[in-house]
Design a protein around this ligand. Structure first.
Ligand code: S3P
Length: 184
């Protein structure tokens, strides 16, 4: 569904690990006074353990089930004016992509592989990158996911060279324009 007339006034951030969703989410929260919902955080709360432990204990498929369950609950909630920050792999499932597009204005924060690699290099909290060759892993995942981000997003924002304040300004302008075409 692309029709802004029927979309709730939420901003949904998607994009690869390390693209800045959490930082930009906090900046948007600060500017708009909206509630910030971080899906990874929500999953951790429900599971009672960090993402790395979830991957270790029950594996990625079980993590993906939890991710979809959280998404479905968020999509059901009637609360509006939220910033929803997602995990980088949420677009993997078709049902997730459909849910995301119904939840609000979906913004893809895009970043080149080198930037992602640099930003995630010291991360201990991203189990998918705990490999001998994270650069290759990132490249493969990017190729797989880029068309999915593209398909899901209402708007793609190239993050290269912009800080979180500039990115938030860009998102706010575009979201305002988008939602001003709503007749709600
Ligand atoms: C994942 C991204 C992570 C987290 C999990 C899986 C992915 O979130 O959901 O480690 O598949 O790209 P961030 O994008 O916030 O790092």
């Amino acid at each position: 569904m692309n029709d802004p007339d029927t979309l709730p006034e939420n901003i949904v951030l998607i994009g690869f690990m390390g693209c800045g969703k959490s930082t930009v989410g906090r900046e948007l929260q600060h500017r708009l006074g909206y509630e910030l919902v971080d899906m990874d955080h929500e999953i951790e709360q429900r599971a009672g353990k960090p993402i790395t432990a979830i991957f270790e204990d029950v594996g990625e498929p079980a993590f993906r089930e939890m991710e979809t369950a959280v998404l479905k609950d968020l999509a059901r909630e009637t609360q509006r004016q939220r910033i929803i920050s997602t995990g980088g792999g949420v677009v993997g499932r078709e049902e997730n992509r459909a849910l995301l597009r119904r939840m609000g204005y979906v913004v893809w924060l895009a970043a080149p592989v080198e930037v992602i690699l640099d930003r995630t290099a010291k991360s201990r909290t991203r189990p998918l990158l705990h490999t001998e060759d994270p650069a290759t892993k990132i490249q493969h995942l990017m190729v797989e996911r880029e068309p999915l981000y593209q398909e899901t997003a209402h708007f793609k924002l190239d993050t290269a060279g912009l800080d979180s304040k500039e990115l938030a300004t860009g998102i706010l302008e575009c979201a305002r324009y988008f939602f001003s075409h709503c007749d709600r």
